[in-house]
Design a binder for this molecule. Sequence first.
Ligand code: RIB
Ligand code: NA
Length: 297
Amino acid sequence: MDVTVVGSCNIDLISYVPRLPKPGETLQGSKFSMGFGGKGANQCVMTAKLGAKTAMVGKVGKDTFGEDFLKNFNNLGVDTTHCCTTAEVMTGAAPICVDETGQNSIVIVPGANLLLSEADLAAAELVIAGSKVVVCQLEINPDVTLAALKMAKQHKVRTILNPAPAIPLKHEFFENTDIICPNETESVDDAKRACKELQARGCGSVVVTLGAQGLLVSVEKDAPPTHVPAPSVHVVDTTGAGDSFIGALAFFLSTRPDLGLVESCRRAVQIASISVQAPGTQTSFPTRSQLPQELFL
Ligand code: RIB
Ligand code: NA
């Protein structure tokens, strides 16, 4: 495998609304759509759409959502040998509101995601050991995420952690993460502070996404970080843009290690900026043939 993702699968239930509702308020939306989401699945699908050999380690419910999820992975060429199912709870679900400016608010009901166990992970050890890059987020049981990062490091596999949603983490998470990619901070100064702090805790490199401002990349602890701007585009729906970025980053790091982290980030941000111009999550992620071919030179 080029990339193995250990993470979440959610069905996204997206309502397009004029603005995000206030507490107690009932709003009328203009459109509803259902799609495959979850940070893990999104990142995995992005790498697969770019042409990497990709595997997903995750858990879905024994329900129609779960069945559709596995079919979707298989259609995209994602290896689902270690995508398990459970009859105990439903596939993860994420009701999402997207407003007219493309901003969103998301509720996540993890369901089956939280039942992915360390035993399930152990069954995937060979796949993980044979991958170039392992990607994790925090939408499954954090103990399983940590076990996946450790397992990857034991086999000298490069690890990427997208620490979302933000929860307090033990130091071992940082020590077993080569590249940590936290989502949107407020300003470039905050991002600089985050880089310093995360590298002091033991992460190799830090990539902080800054939304429309692009991102800040700190390759090494004592070197100054690099600001990578994002192209300015007409934003339709930012849902999953961070996942598009991380999936694309994992694609470049695994298939083009010669590019290095900063150039991989430059290319990945181009791809993520395309995803925000179309509605939906995975449906807005471009495939390799839809992209300028110079991104792959
Ligand atoms: O990052 C976007 C994703 O977050 C959505 O697909 C939703 O499922 C939540 O996990
Ligand atoms: Na989108």
